[in-house]
Design a protein around this ligand. Sequence first.
Ligand SMILES: N[C@@H](CCC(=O)N[C@@H](CS)C(=O)NCC(=O)O)C(=O)O
Length: 211
Amino acid sequence: MLALYYSPGLASLVPHMMLREAGAAFELRFIDRDNDAHKGEEYRKLNPNGRIPLLVDGDLVVFETAAIALHIADKFPASGLAPAVGSPERAEFYKWMIHLTNTPQPEYRAWFYPHEHVIDQTAAATVKEAAGQRLNGMFDLISEQLGDKTWLLGDQFSAADLFLFMLIRWSRNMPRPARTIPNLNALVERVLARPAVQETLKVEGLAAPFI
Ligand SMILES: N[C@@H](CCC(=O)N[C@@H](CS)C(=O)NCC(=O)O)C(=O)O
């Protein structure tokens, strides 16, 4: 049995969308983040990092969004969420998954949790602003590389597009939302048109405008 620990709109959104895209049977386990359930003893037994998301697959327990995503893509090969193993497209897929989780995603921790990044709390605002500026630069570079392609991998939709969608979404209340970049907005619209994505947003109780 697959179980995804989630909290609405957080990094669990990627595996959640993927499981629905794959038509998988799974259980959703809500983490009451407002009451710090993810910092509690019970959750930390599964994810010592106290972060969301977490996937349980039988006896297997996986943390880290990208690792969970790769596992789901491998487990449901017919979903087409990742290109064939060993193909050049698969390498491109790895490139984007690792880039997104390793480069823009951590900047969001600095944006949303700047107090964790400083000793002197009066410096938190500067840390936040700098993270926002770096994110702007990263989205500009992603936009350049996406160009007029339909998806990050070209014609083939993949989980990397869902990952990018989530990261774009997180910028919606920032001074320059990534969606203001036309080709990123077009990708967002294509992702939003997917029934599995709409279902995910509905189940997570995310209100429009979603992004
Ligand atoms: N690299 C980790 C980061 C996870 C992460 O930072 N999750 C955030 C939500 S998007 C979280 O758990 N925030 C709550 C907290 O840190 O207290 C992953 O992708 O799984």
